[in-house]
Write a protein that binds this ligand. Structure first.
Ligand SMILES: Cc1ncc(COP(=O)(O)O)c(C=O)c1O
Length: 499
């Protein structure tokens, strides 16, 4: 059944149905007589050929939904502003209009987000994608490497982009104030983490990594110490090295389960460094730091006057049992010395649209960062602005589904590795869709990345690219359909057995 939500309001039932999924389709909103089930109003909010019906059981009058506005936006706006008139057209009486509009508000997320189809990915379609994930390797390799998800984007994002194309809306974006993004982002951070941000302290960037480069360039001099915590997402180290700063590796310590901070070393390094390039949730280990750990870092940063550039791009991909805390939210003192970098790109799978957010804890830090000319940074991407807005405004139901799917994939990987890949150790990540696999015990003839590429035809991220601590590890991206994941893991286990 493709009916995904309904609400009864007195004599009527409002129903959301997704019987026409896909690029040209869209949801249907029906108003039915509760007693008989007779249809009184129907809005077919398709991308192509959107229309609505009044009293289709009787006169069945059909009207086009005007082009120009997205048909879901149009339907909701019409029903909210003129519920009584439309209900009368459908021959319905005795409906409490305020109650009807409140029910519509509750149904809106289900109307905008169809049921997910994460299990149904076609490899042939995925191989048509032009991004690096599916282009890097030949066709017989299953690519489970770079941090993109294989899933299609949320319906609200897809519709927003399709609408932009349909009206030729690809001109210069309005930079920077008039986009709704700073205010939307600030609201979201308040709602998710209780983190209060003044939207005026937010700047839109092209990339998170770009934000790291600009921060290091603006706040340190060549030769200054910049601390990173390896193993780490490779651009952390290249930012420091390419800009000629001195790398201070505050390597994470391997613990019984996962990794721990080395705070003693951090204290020592802070005395001879200017900046901490920080990553939480952490890529590749998948750790989410607890409040006490963040407070210990904050204490050191404050004591030694470190600027903290905090990459929190994986913040909305945290699984049950852990909770993300933005380091800038710990205290006003900490906020002042923090630049938080994040993006809708990881959680909503729109990395190619190139849009990120920087939050500055003080006007002074903001001014110095923005001292790096905007035209050297490059501008925003119109489609990235639209997609991020659609993500943060309307796509939370999709995100909840994706997180649940990923969590199940994460658990599946852990169980599979435990039972089918003896000698591989893996702690399920608390966040991210990346499994950091310790293959050292296997004593493979080559690095594990190379071994699994050659013998299993699975493309993974090889451990050493995350630092010397990654020797003997691989990182596997499990954000794909279960059938593809099973196939890749099956091939990896087989390669190990036939060694
Ligand atoms: C921790 C981390 N930071 C940054 C990025 C990349 O962000 P952007 O493309 O906005 O530079 C990634 C992508 O995988 C990441 O994992």
């Amino acid at each position: 059944m493709s009916i995904t939500a309904n609400e009864v309001v007195g004599p009527v039932r409002i129903e959301v149905e997704h019987r026409m999924p896909g690029a040209d389709g869209g949801p249907t909103l029906r108003v039915l007589e509760e007693a008989t089930g007779a249809e009184r109003l129907r809005f077919d909010c398709f991308v192509r050929g959107a229309h609505w019906h009044a009293d289709p059981a009787g006169r069945d009058e059909q009207f086009p939904i005007p082009l120009g506005l997205d048909s879901i936006d149009w339907t909701l706006a019409e029903l909210r502003s003129n519920a009584a008139g439309l209900l009368a057209l459908g021959n319905v009486s005795g409906v409490d209009v305020a109650g009807f509009v409140a029910a519509l508000d509750r149904l809106e997320p289900a109307l905008r987000n169809g049921p997910p189809r994460f299990d149904r990915l076609s490899e042939a379609v995925l191989r048509q994608r032009t991004g690096e994930k599916w282009q890097q390797y030949p066709d017989d390799v299953l690519p489970l490497w770079v941090a993109d998800m294989d899933f299609e984007v949320a319906d609200p994002i897809r519709r927003r982009l399709a609408h932009a194309l349909s009206i030729g809306d690809l001109g210069y974006p309005w930079h920077p104030q008039p986009t709704a993004l700073p205010a939307l982002f600030a609201d979201r951070m308040q709602r998710l983490y209780g983190w209060e941000i003044d939207p005026r302290k937010i700047e839109l960037l092209t990339e998170v990594v770009q934000g790291m480069y600009v921060a290091v360039r603006q706040f340190t001099e060549p030769g200054d110490g910049v601390i990173v915590q390896r193993p780490i997402y490779p651009p952390f180290v290249s930012t420091v090295e390419k800009l000629g700063r001195r790398l201070e590796d505050n390597a994470l310590r391997e613990a019984e389960v996962s990794y721990q901070l080395d705070l003693e070393l951090l204290r020592e390094q802070a005395q001879r460094s200017k900046l901490l390039l920080f990553c939480n949730p952490h890529n590749p280990t998948g750790r989410v730091l607890r409040r006490a750990e963040l407070e210990a870092i904050a204490e050191i940063a404050i004591e030694h006057d470190l600027l903290v550039v905090s990459d929190e791009i994986h913040q909305e991909l945290v699984y049950e049992g852990a909770r993300h805390i933005p380091i800038a939210s710990l205290s006003p003192e900490m906020a002042k010395r923090t630049i938080t970098l994040t993006s809708a790109s990881k959680a909503f799978n729109i990395a190619g649209l190139r849009l990120a957010v920087a939050v500055f804890g003080s006007a002074e830090v903001r001014k110095r960062f923005l001292g790096f000319p905007r035209h050297l940074r490059g501008g925003m991407n119109t489609l990235g602005v639209m997609a991020s807005e659609a993500a943060w405004r309307h796509s939370d139901p999709w995100l909840a589904e994706v997180r649940a799917y990923l969590q199940a994939n994460r658990d599946f990987v852990a169980e599979f590795v435990r039972s089918e890949m003896p000698g591989v150790r893996q702690t399920p990540p608390e966040a991210t869709y990346l499994a950091w696999m310790d293959c050292r015990e296997l004593e493979l003839p080559a690095s594990p990345g190379r071994f699994f590429l050659e013998h299993a035809r699975v493309g993974l991220s090889d451990g050493p690219s995350f630092g010397p601590q990654g020797e003997g590890f691989v990182r596997l991206n499990f954000s794909t359909s279960r059938p593809i994941l099973e196939q890749a893991l099956g091939r990896m286990a087989k390669a190990l057995r036939s060694r």
